[in-house]
Design a protein around this ligand. Sequence first.
Ligand SMILES: [Zn+2]
Length: 151
Amino acid sequence: MAGQPKELDRLMRERLLETARAAAAHAYAPYSRFRVGAALLFEDGSLVTGCNVENVSFGLTSCAERNALFRSISERGAVAENGEQRRILAVAVTNLNNMASPPCGACRQVMAEFAAPGAVVLFPGETAHGVEIVERKLEELLPYGFRLDGV
Ligand SMILES: [Zn+2]
C-alpha cells in the first residue's frame, strides 16, 4: 500500500479493525481462550499484524501488539528506505471475545518507542454503552512513559 495517510478516515479505521480481527484468528491462546489481534499502520501506509501467543509458563505469554511490532522490525528493520525510523500512525487492537481489551502497560511503552506524534490506538473499551471501540491518543494512554532524556 502506497501513500502517506495523514489522517485516519472512517474507512481506514474499519480496515485496521478488520485486519486486527483477522489476526486474532491466528492467536495461540489455549489457556485463556482470549484471542487478541493487533494491526499497526505505519507512516508509509504499510500494515503489520500480530496476535497473542500464550505459553504454558504463563509469564512468557506475549501480547498481539508487541508481537506485531517486533515482527515488523525483525522482517524489515526499524529504519525505512528513506533513512528514517519507521513510525506508527495508528494501532488497532481487538479480540474475538467481545470484551474490553485496552493495551497493557508493557505494550504502551513499546508502541511509544515507534509512535509518530499524535498516534492513536483503537481498542474495545468499557463505555457507558457497554464494550465499544474507543480511540485514544497513545500519549493519553501513556502520559509518563519511560524515556532516557538526551537519547
Ligand atoms: Zn500487552
